[in-house]
Design a protein around this ligand. Structure first.
Ligand SMILES: NC(=O)C1=CN([C@@H]2O[C@H](COP(=O)(O)OP(=O)(O)OC[C@H]3O[C@@H](n4cnc5c(N)ncnc54)[C@H](OP(=O)(O)O)[C@@H]3O)[C@@H](O)[C@H]2O)C=CC1
Ligand SMILES: O=C1OC[C@@H](O)[C@H](O)[C@H]1O
Length: 383
């Protein structure tokens, strides 16, 4: 006997680039994209500040909705709206995907929760820790699911990497992690683009920073021996882009003193250059290293180089572990969210509120040390 899959009905707010990638992944047949198929997705409503844009978004990305609609499991067509509120109030929506620009995240998420909907909130969750704290408390008080959309955490590759590091001890004790995510936007987009525009929370840190940080969070912060102790000795530097106040290059280091004699993360982002494609993340241990090639957000392989202590970095054996990605790879995150909601959970153990609060407190401190000040009134909540 086959069991019917759980259907999660999504309402999308913000008809932009990542929302397009997200819904196109919701259309993929789970059994043909390396997933279990116990949960499937429907796209029942799309909201934009322009109704025409919402209609075009549906036509271009999901004319028949998600896989649940395409396969006949849910006979409901996706509806286009010229406001976000119509999506929050739509009876055929279980969860809101917030794919808007950074400064809108707080209010869009709050409005969705107040309308009684679960939320998957694009990264960075908010502009600061204080804003996310309000959202977390609101979601908890209303018993609604809320998660920051750090999709990289849900890749099969990421689970396999953790097994190699923590169970198999593939490189011995971890001593250092170096990760960079850099994409040159300067001279590629104009100054009004969200990446360069201070009033849209522009710059490298908020947009690209979640990805180098996610590797430090998973490999060092969530290392079984770290016992979830926050990093110490955070030291950050920012180079600013012209007179705008946003960051062009940002780098920071953090220590994890509970790991052996101590481990360090050296992390960086830039919107002025591109990361080298061959290695963007390097995890170094007492018995070798693991390399992750481009992209920091979406790697499809890792390379284990095993060596003997004291034998020098040139003397190693190499194994390549490949994890092909069908679609963009946002479907693993969407499936994990669907399972949480099916099972009545209000948080994901894989991406809990506590990890978002720590992320935002790290970003707050980097901005403090780097002198990144948001335009007046951009933050809706401050400490
Ligand atoms: N997980 C991932 O891989 C990725 C995540 N992201 C995250 O997703 C979010 C959106 O990024 P992306 O899709 O690239 O951005 P886009 O600019 O393509 O889309 C953002 C959308 O936000 C809405 N919006 C609301 N208020 C404003 C405003 N004042 N100015 C401009 N747009 C506004 C618009 O939707 P409308 O006009 O329809 O109302 C717009 O289409 C960001 O938080 C980013 O960090 C981005 C890329 C990849
Ligand atoms: O989340 C992201 O990952 C991919 C990048 O291209 C994009 O700027 C960023 O928002």
């Amino acid at each position: 006997m086959t069991t019917k899959p759980f259907v999660l009905k999504w309402g999308i707010v913000g008809a932009g680039r990542i929302s397009g990638f997200f819904v196109r992944d919701l259309i993929l047949d789970p059994t043909k994209s390396g997933r279990d198929g116990d949960v499937v997705h429907a796209v029942t409503a799309v909201g934009s500040r322009s109704s025409q844009k919402a209609e075009e978004f549906i036509k271009d990305n999901c004319p028949q909705g998600g896989f649940a609609q395409q396969s006949g499991l849910l006979p409901v067509a996706p509806a286009a709206f010229g406001s976000y509120a119509d999506v929050y109030n739509h009876p055929d929506v279980d969860i809101i995907y917030v794919g808007t620009t950074h400064p809108s995240h707080y209010e869009d998420c709050k409005n969705a929760l107040e309308a009684g909907k679960h939320v998957l909130l694009e990264k960075p969750a908010t502009l600061n820790k204080a804003e996310f704290k309000v959202l977390s408390e609101l979601a908890q008080s209303k018993k609604l699911f809320l998660m920051e959309a750090v999709w990289t955490r849900f890749f099969p590759l990421t689970f396999a990497l953790e097994k190699a590091l923590f169970e198999d001890q593939a490189i011995g004790e971890i001593r250092r992690l170096v990760s960079d995510f850099s994409i040159s936007f300067i001279d590629v987009v104009d100054d009004t683009h969200r990446m360069l525009n201070p009033s849209l929370g522009g710059g490298g840190l908020l947009d690209l920073g979640p990805y180098p940080l996610v590797w430090a969070m998973l490999v060092l912060y969530r290392h079984p021996k770290n016992n979830l102790n926050p990093p110490t000795n955070l030291v950050a530097a920012m180079t600013k882009f012209g007179e705008t106040g946003i960051d062009l290059h940002t780098s920071w280091s953090m220590d994890f003193p509970n790991l052996g004699p101590g481990a360090r993360a050296n992390l960086s982002v830039s919107i002025g250059v591109n990361s080298p494609k061959d290695v963007v993340t390097r995890i170094q241990g007492t018995h070798g290293e693991i390399l992750l090639p481009w992209a920091t957000a979406r790697p499809d392989k890792f390379i284990i180089r095993r060596s003997q202590p004291g034998r020098g970095a040139q003397d190693y054996t190499e194994e390549v572990h490949e994890f092909p990605i069908i679609g963009q790879g946002l479907h693993w995150e969407a499936d994990a969210v669907a399972r949480c909601i099916r099972d009545g959970k209000t948080e994901s153990e894989r991406m809990p509120h506590a990890d978002t609060l720590l992320t935002m407190s790290i970003f707050d401190e980097i901005r403090r040390q780097g002198g990144y000040v948001y335009p007046e009134g951009l933050e809706k909540v401050t400490l």
